[in-house]
Design a protein around this ligand. Sequence first.
Ligand code: SF4
Length: 253
Amino acid sequence: MLFSDIIIGPIKSRRLGRSLGVNLLHQTAKICSFDCIYCECGLNFRADSHQPSRDEVQRAVEQKMVELTEKGEGIDVITFAGNGEPTTHRDFPAIIDDIVALRDRYFPEARISVLSNATMIWKQEVRDALAKVDNNIQKLDSAIDETVKVINQPQGRYSVAKVIEDMRRFEGEVIVQTLFLRGEVNGVRVDNTTEEEVSAWIEALKVIQPKEVMLYSLDRKTPYDTLYKVEGDELQVIADRVEALGIKTQVTK
Ligand code: SF4
């Protein structure tokens, strides 16, 4: 499922409330710095397609906000998500400034969320931009490099240790999101719920000290039909171990 526009919704998000989505990526291609085996947009593919410019994003968001205001409709959150990784957009920092200004003008109560896979947080300008949003949500599906290679399929260099260190540098102003799943892909077994996995992930959280951890599992169709959802009760058992560290959790069942 690809998002066919810059604007998504508003839709009811399971985790964030009534959300106005902003897609900074190509509208007829999915190009991401990860290629997660569970991605609801499908696996990466290139197409002759246009990536919206900063001006196009600004205009589209303002037009939608004017429309919602005229209809008397509210939003809880503006969410950067879409057909790939939003922080890879060349003008991501400037776009964040634009959207903060529009939020302040039209929906000052709304929060701004960025759903990111953490592959660009090594860049200071990306980190500075993320410091301006309310929910800086960064993906960490495993704290073991070999597992990340299978689940997230990074398209460039990726090191769990480096990502953990970069997340720690947010000094608590970060939410970690983790998708738990089991199954098999191309003959390789995958399961990030084993004791080895969960222990390593919890050790990473102790270093990162996020303000919150979001745990969830599969909800929509994935590119592989050999992947299985981890049920809410089991997610809750993992969440309880995080809560024991004094870190707030949110389990999406
Ligand atoms: S990081 Fe998000 S958009 Fe990118 S492949 Fe993974 S699930 Fe899809």
